[in-house]
Design a protein around this ligand. Structure first.
Ligand code: SF4
Ligand code: MG
Length: 302
């Protein structure tokens, strides 16, 4: 086993076994979620992050069905609301690595306002956007990222609305970290998720995910024919915002993957709060002491 592979499975303080769950996977055969779950666990092990130091939040959707397939602290919330939950956790305890997962249906509809404000606030969260270009859990309705005019189960003539290019959208909002990867490439996904975890700020990672059950358009093979890694571009500089914006545009012929943009001067939200600069404690600790005081006060009156 190479030392790189070994790091994915076993590290100084943690191994893959620590993220093991007894629950049985319920995803369809060949679903991209299997690769995403494997890459997420490997990234956490490779970053030597123990389950006690991470918090994973899941939106509703097929991605959310992975919430009990991984060990550690997890919360499976409401549709489109994964970012607010993750934001609360990240602000309450800055020592946690907070990872939020959401699909294209939730993120680009109910959750789109949360995405916009998380990007401009630069909360310290790694956001995995599982983009399978449909509402898969509810049986294949078109989402905002479904390609225009492609027939889906509930829209056999296709949808006439323009397709939303997610990566181009998040870059246009000034994301401090924007990456794109593919559910069929576990190695690249692992490295991209690791980079997202290390980034200080809101790390947006679009995962181009195949959904063999409901999406017969953007299949595993369709992506394989189009994707390339930015490391193949000579002298590509992922601190150059304009380069990232430029290569994020094309989603039909050639699709760029990898870390498209990482702002080396990113300042996360918690570091922008002047009144918290000198605090060495975390909000979760402070709430405990407030609870204690209020319990003592309460006990005087009963
Ligand atoms: Fe995966 Fe699609 Fe099946 Fe959902 S419906 S589990 S996304 S293949
Ligand atoms: Mg989806």
């Amino acid at each position: 086993m190479s030392s790189l592979c070994k790091t994915y499975f076993e590290n100084e303080n943690v191994s893959l076994k620590d993220y093991y769950s007894d629950n049985i996977y319920t995803w369809c055969t060949n679903c991209g979620n299997y690769g995403i779950a494997a890459a997420t666990k490997r990234a956490l092990v490779a970053e030597n992050i123990e389950p006690k130091d991470t918090f994973m939040c899941f939106d509703i959707g097929c991605n959310g069905n992975g919430s009990d397939k991984i060990g550690g602290y997890r919360l499976h919330g409401l549709h489109g609301r994964v970012i607010p939950v993750a934001t609360g956790a990240a602000l309450a305890n800055r020592n946690l690595s907070v990872i939020a997962s959401g699909g294209d249906g939730a993120t680009l509809s109910e959750g789109i306002g949360h995405l916009v404000h998380a990007i401009r606030s630069n909360y310290n969260i790694t956001f995995l956007m599982h983009n399978n270009c449909n509402y898969a859990l509810t049986k294949g309705q078109a989402s905002a990222s479904t390609r225009q005019d492609v027939p889906m189960d509930s829209s056999p003539d296709g949808t006439p609305s323009d397709t939303l290019n997610f990566m181009n959208f998040v870059l246009s909002l000034g994301a401090s970290f924007a990456a794109r990867t593919f559910s069929g490439n576990v190695q690249q996904m692992t490295e991209v998720i690791r980079a997202g975890i290390r980034h200080r700020g809101f790390s947006v990672i679009e995962i181009l995910q195949n959904c063999p059950t409901y999406n017969k358009d953007t299949t595993h093979e369709w992506y394989q024919d189009r994707i390339y890694d930015t490391i193949e571009i000579k002298d590509y500089d992922n601190s150059n915002f304009d380069s990232a914006l430029n290569i994020s545009k094309d989603m039909s012929e050639r699709i760029a993957t990898g870390v498209l943009f990482a702002n080396p001067n990113s300042v996360p939200f918690d570091q922008r709060l002047e009144n918290r600069q000198n605090y060495s404690t975390e909000l979760v600790d402070e709430v405990k002491s407030y609870n204690q005081i209020s319990q003592e006060l309460f006990s005087r009156f009963i």
